[in-house]
Every structure is written in C-alpha cells, then in structure tokens.
Design a protein around this ligand. Structure first.
Ligand SMILES: [Zn+2]
Length: 283
C-alpha cells in the first residue's frame, strides 16, 4: 500500500441505534477501515469527527436501518463491543455514541426553537439567538463501603442479571459535591452513615452520556434499610463468599476486584501492633 492510499483511510464508527457495525473475520471483530464509508450516507446524514487513532482519521455516523447487504459485517451492542474491541476502539466507539446522541438531541435551540448550526466538532450555535451548546456529561458516583473486612453489595431492580450484586451508585444532583452525593446516595438507598470517602477512579459511561466516579468509604452507623423503588436486596459480603458480580468492563467490577486483591486487614494483637509496642518499650 503506498503512502497516498494510506492517508485516505478512515476508521468508520457506524451506529444503528445502540449497536455498532463491526467487520468480522477469522481474526475477530474490527472497526471498518476504508477510504469510503462502508454504507452509503445520505446528504443529511449527520457525521461526527473523532480524534484519530494511530494517525488514522475517525468518523462516526448513524444509519436508521441495517442495509440489505451487510458486506460481512455484524451489528454488536456497544456494551458487548467492550469484550471484542481493543480498549482504544471501545473508548472511541463510546465517545462516538455520546456525540451522535448529543447531535440528535440538539437539533433546535432550547431558548428560541430555531435550528442549531455546527461550529466545531463539539459545539453548536443557534442560527437565530446565538446560544451555544456543547456535549453534556451526566456524572454519577459509585461507592464501595467497608465494614470490618466485609463490603456492602446491593441488588438494584434495574440490573440486567437477576442474581447479580453491585455497589451503591447514583446520579450527582445539581449543586452538590461528589462527596455530598456519595453520602446522600448511601443514606437514601441503604440508610447507612459513612466516613472516610476516598476517590478511587473514574470511567466514561456512554449509556447514553455518563461518567462514573468511583469512591471507597467506611461504615460508621445505621441499620440496613432498602430504598424499595431502587433496590431489592443489600447485604455485607466477604471476598471469600461473593455473589455473582458485574462484568469486567465496569468500574463496579474494578472496585470489587480491588477489594478481592487487597491484603486482609491484620487482626487484633497483630505482629505490627506488637512490634510497635516492643519499639515503644525499647524507647
Ligand atoms: Zn436560539
């Protein structure tokens, strides 16, 4: 392949609803890479530019129906694509999905109702009143609560697997800090008080436009009481006796895996304490 041809290539992130169209061959699944889009675009098909991957430009667009000739490609749910694509491509697919969602939800100005016009890849401006909009992200917290050597796991009514347990999570409300949100969600969902809220990590969650922000915290008081609209069960579990837990793709699983990998806390009358005592005595 000569250099000119190489420069013409583009990765095409094509969506049909919440699914992405992937090429499938004996090596696995790939985002289609070609000079021309894999399926015809109409004049009015909105396209979305994405940051390049390995210097190859990336474009995204949506089609409403699967074409009659899928050309050896398959539609795969965005969540399912996590297990099939390299991380950089899954991340780009998530970003593409969020931007297409944003684009389709901001066709008209929220102030005056006039059409919005694209000004950059991630901004639009009203053609009448000049109001500007950018993609918005909805933050949600998720928290691993410790009580002694156990952690709290909950079964939410909206979990897709009926036997699965996860962590307390919820959307950040207007005007609150992330820490206030963690405390409020824990109290609302399970009636517990917590302290020592520590940041753990975060993860874009393009379903449709979220970011999950993970924390750990310690139980201080209260009795388990379920918010019945949201949860059907909650309990303390030990790493030796865990129920089915979320898939590897989620930060919930990263938080639980991190707990599983943690060294067990040293019990009372531990070697550290007795060494400390000895040192004190020596001093
Ligand atoms: Zn306007």
């Amino acid at each position: 392949m000569n250099r000119d041809m190489e420069q013409e290539l583009t990765y095409w992130f094509v969506f049909i609803g919440n699914s992405i169209v992937l090429e499938c061959d004996e090596k696995g699944y790939h985002v289609p890479c070609s000079a021309e889009p894999p399926f015809q675009m109409k004049e009015w098909t909105p396209t979305q530019e994405l940051p390049p991957i390995d210097h190859i430009p990336c474009m995204a667009y949506s089609i409403s129906m699967p074409p009659s000739d899928m050309k050896g490609m398959q539609t795969i749910g965005l969540r399912e694509s996590w297990a099939l694509l390299p991380q950089a491509f899954y991340n780009a697919a998530g970003k593409a999905s969020e931007l297409l969602y944003w684009d389709s939800n901001t066709k008209y100005c929220g102030m005056c109702g006039a059409p919005m016009k694209r000004t950059t890849a991630i901004s639009k401006q009203c053609t009448n009143c000049g109001k500007e909009v950018w993609p918005q992200v909805s933050p949600a917290i998720i928290v691993r609560i410790h009580k002694g050597d156990d952690i709290l796991l909950v079964h939410a009514k909206n979990f897709r697997r009926s036997e699965m347990y996860g962590l307390v999570a919820g959307f950040v409300e207007t005007g609150e800090t992330l820490e206030e949100c963690v405390k409020r969600e824990v109290y609302e969902e399970v009636g517990l008080e917590i302290e020592n809220i520590q940041y753990f990590g975060s993860q874009p969650w393009p379903y449709p436009c979220g970011i999950m922000i993970g924390f750990t915290a310690n139980y201080v008081g209260g009795k388990l009481r379920l918010q019945e609209e949201e949860l059907s069960n909650a309990n303390w579990f030990n790493r030796d006796n865990l129920p089915p837990i979320p898939d590897k793709m989620s930060i919930a699983r990263r938080l639980i895996d991190d707990y599983i990998a943690e060294k067990r806390p040293i019990k009372e009358n531990s070697t550290i304490n007795s060494t400390k005592l000895q040192n004190n005595e020596n001093n």
